[in-house]
Design a binder for this molecule. Structure first.
Ligand SMILES: Nc1nc2c(ncn2[C@@H]2O[C@H](COP(=O)(O)OP(=O)(O)OP(=O)(O)O)[C@@H](O)[C@H]2O)c(=O)[nH]1
Ligand SMILES: [Mg+2]
Length: 238
C-alpha cells in the first residue's frame, strides 16, 4: 500500500480548547481526513468543529450526535459512516493531545503488515507522561484484569489510539456491540482478535491531558469492569 488514505475519527465532548490545534496538526499530514463526532458538547465544541470543517473543506467533517452520549456510541456511529468511505485506513484518537498527532504516521505505516495497529504504552519504547501514580496503577491493573479474563495477549488493551485497515473494520459485526462508553475499546479489540484479525502494537508516548476535563464517570468504569466477563460468556454460549 503506498501512502494509505486515512480517515481519523475523533470523538469530542467539551474539547473546544483542544480541537482547533489538533485539527491543524492533523491536517499537516497529507492523505489524512478528519471526522469529528461531537455529542452536543455544552461548551460549543460542535460549532468550533463546524468552523474547522469550513476552513478545511473536503478534509474535515463533523457528525453532530443527538440522544444519549457516550464514547462507544460515538465511535459506533463514526465507524458506520467510515466503512463506506473511500479510504484505506480508519484511525481512532482522543481530542486532548494524549495521543500525539506526530505519531500518527507510524500507526498508519503499521497497517502494511497488520489489520489493526494499536498505539501501545506498554511495549518497549512506549510510555506515559504526567500521570499521577493512581492513574498508572489503574491502567496497569485494568490491562492485567482484561488480559486475564479475556486471554488477549495484547499489552495495551485499553489504548484509544488505533488504526484499522478498512476491510478489518468492515468485517466487525457492529450490530453486536453493546458497549456505550470506554469499554467499546475492549469489545472491538476482543471481537477483532477472536476473528483472526492481525493485531500489531507500535510504541506511543501517552501524555496526560493539559486542557479540559476528564469524563470518566462511575457508570462508565463499571461497564468496563463487567465487559470482559460479558465477552467471554457470549463467546462460550455460541
Ligand atoms: N462524542 C463523545 N466523546 C467523548 C465522550 N466522552 C469522552 N469523549 C471523548 O473521548 C476522548 C477521550 O476522553 P477523555 O475524557 O480524554 O478520557 P480519558 O483520556 O480517559 O481521561 P483524561 O485522563 O481526563 O484525559 C476525548 O476526545 C473526549 O472528548 C462522549 O460521551 N461522547
Ligand atoms: Mg484523555
Amino acid at each position: 500500500m503506498t501512502e494509505p488514505r486515512a480517515l481519523v475519527i475523533v470523538p469530542t465532548y467539551n474539547e473546544r480548547q483542544n480541537l482547533p490545534r489538533l485539527t491543524d496538526q492533523l491536517m499537516q499530514h497529507a492523505n489524512v481526513r478528519l471526522l469529528v463526532v461531537d455529542d452536543q458538547s455544552p461548551d460549543g465544541t460542535g460549532e468550533v468543529a463546524d468552523t474547522l470543517a469550513r476552513r478545511y473543506a473536503g478534509r474535515v467533517e463533523v457528525m453532530h450526535r443527538t440522544g444519549p452520549r457516550g464514547l462507544g456510541r460515538s465511535y459506533l456511529d463514526g465507524f458506520r459512516k467510515a466503512v463506506v468511505e473511500n479510504v484505506d485506513v480508519v484511525c481512532q484518537m482522543d481530542a486532548d493531545f494524549s495521543h500525539d498527532p506526530a505519531e500518527l504516521p507510524a500507526l498508519i505505516a503499521g497497517v502494511s503488515d497488520a489489520d489493526l495497529v494499536l498505539g501501545s504504552r506498554y511495549v518497549p519504547g512506549g510510555g506515559v507522561v504526567n500521570w499521577p501514580l493512581h492513574r498508572v496503577l489503574l491502567s496497569r491493573f485494568a490491562n492485567s484484569y482484561i488480559r486475564t479474563v479475556t486471554r488477549l495477549s495484547v499489552r495495551d488493551c485499553t489504548t484509544g489510539y488505533r488504526c484499522w485497515r478498512l476491510a478489518a473494520l468492515g468485517a466487525l459485526p457492529l450490530d453486536r456491540i453493546r458497549s456505550e462508553g470506554y469499554s467499546f475499546l475492549i469489545e472491538t479489540l476482543f471481537m477483532a482478535a477472536r476473528s483472526g484479525v492481525r493485531v500489531a502494537e507500535v510504541p506511543i508516548t501517552f501524555v496526560e491531558r493539559r486542557q479540559g476535563e476528564s469524563k470518566l464517570s462511575r457508570s462508565v468504569i463499571l461497564e468496563s469492569v463487567w465487559t470482559p466477563w460479558r465477552l467471554v460468556a457470549r463467546r462460550q454460549m455460541r
